[in-house]
Design a protein around this ligand. Structure first.
Ligand SMILES: [Zn+2]
Length: 416
């Protein structure tokens, strides 16, 4: 059906407003399937549930199981089979708009006031693990499609949804696998990101390192017989602090929602290991580095900066050895700019929130990077709550959930 823009917007908005309780109901059901990762639980149950919902909407569905060699390659052990669901609404257009959601959630933290796997509704909020990250989007996207269907609006572009596991452990065995294998098609893509009038168009890069300081253990009463790896670690940390200061002088030219995030970051000691007992001179100490790169930085250079500090340090101490191992890495990702897509997204957000849309780079990486690295125009937008992703008492605001469904419905109906 062809209808003027504002009329269509009112119709879709009206449908979603009238169905607020049902959107919340769907979200509640999703929260109550605990897809905790690691290790990755109840994936089959979740995919089975989502497949039924997609079929009710007239979508054709297919499933992919990530094979063992891919799981092994990325160190994914235990838990459910890694299943991804892809659902298509093919309208015979040349282009496809892909919307991805990850359905896994992080484990429960320790100070929840309610049962994290029971959706608890209080006023404008729905509490539950995964409510904000990112099961609200799943409910919102499915209801956006439902709104289109019930309002008799046929999209001008093919729509493809994917529901993938393992975003919370890097996504290489979820969406990363689908993109790599070419199992999904996207001329434009969306997934999670900022909320309200902020929309994400990229993310920082990530480099994780493990630094091992090898000294020599000895009896605590005779420290001269050993080399204290903890004290040596302290010295190497001091050197790395100097590198950190240098790194923190850099600033991206891209828009970031929070000014502080315009700088790269460098966190040491998130993981720390070593020492066996009070009366033993420690012979080995290990710590981690979590280095986030702004879009202008490069992973290989970031590695070399760390390696150079360590090389110089080792040259100064013949009785100890510091080794660095890079355990995970991902380049910064920026969406290719597509003026029409960006404008439709901005207009849709502006008409729903009443505020000017703001395109920003996020500090944290999401699965959107798999599309961005392929040069596909990709944006991240999410229903928001308290930004308590991964923490206690995570919640999503119902107003934001419904508004996000409206935004997705508008983009689906306007894109061609
Ligand atoms: Zn997420």
């Amino acid at each position: 059906m062809r209808m003027p823009g504002k009329c269509m917007e009112n119709k879709l908005g009206g449908y979603l407003e009238a169905n607020r309780e049902r959107v919340v109901g769907l979200l509640s059901k999703l929260i109550e399937i605990p897809t905790v990762n690691p290790p990755g639980e109840n994936y089959e149950e979740m995919v089975c549930f989502l497949e039924k919902e997609c079929k009710k909407l007239g979508l054709s569905t297919r499933k992919y199981v990530t094979p063992k060699n891919v799981l092994d390659k990325f160190g994914v052990k235990g838990g459910s089979r890694r299943i991804s669901l892809v659902a298509d609404l093919n309208v015979g257009a040349n282009k496809t708009f892909h919307i991805n959601s990850h359905y896994d959630v992080v484990p429960v933290t320790d100070k929840w006031k309610t049962d994290p796997f029971k959706a608890v509704i209080k006023g404008n909020k729905v509490y539950g693990r995964g409510s904000e990250d990112m099961k609200a989007n799943i409910a919102g996207v499915l209801f956006a499609l439902k709104a289109l269907r019930c309002c008799g609006i046929r999209p001008k572009i093919n729509l493809q949804l994917s529901f993938t596991p393992d975003e919370e452990i890097g996504g290489r065995t979820g969406l990363g696998y689908l993109v790599e294998k070419g199992f999904v098609k996207a001329d434009y893509a969306m997934s999670e990101g900022y909320s309200g009038n902020y929309i994400s168009m990229g993310n920082k890069g990530v480099l994780w390192a493990e630094v091992e300081v090898i000294g020599k253990s000895a009896h605590g009463s005779m420290p001269h017989k050993g080399v204290n790896s903890f004290e040596r670690m302290n010295a190497v940390v001091n050197e790395l602090e100097k590198l950190k200061s240098k790194i923190l002088e850099r600033k991206t030219r891209y828009n970031m929602r929070d000014a502080i995030s315009k700088k790269p970051s460098f966190v040491m000691g998130g993981f720390l290991e070593g020492g066996v007992n009070v009366n033993v001179v420690p012979g080995m100490t290990k710590f981690s580095i979590d280095r986030r790169l702004i879009p202008e930085e490069n992973i290989e250079i970031a590695k070399k900066e760390i390696e150079d500090v360590i090389k110089k340090f080792n040259a100064g101490y013949k009785d100890s050895k510091v080794n660095v191992k890079f355990v995970s890495q991902g380049s910064p990702a920026i969406s290719r700019k597509d003026n029409a897509f960006f404008k439709i997204a901005a207009d849709s957000i502006e008409s729903i929130t009443g505020k000017k849309a703001n395109f920003s780079v996020m500090p944290g990486a999401t699965d959107m990077r798999y599309f961005m690295w392929k040069g596909i125009p990709s944006l991240g937008y999410s229903a928001g709550g308290g930004e308590k992703w991964h923490s206690d008492n995570e919640f999503v605001c119902i107003d934001s959930l419904v508004d996000t469904a409206k935004v997705f419905a508008l983009i689906m109906s306007r894109l061609s």
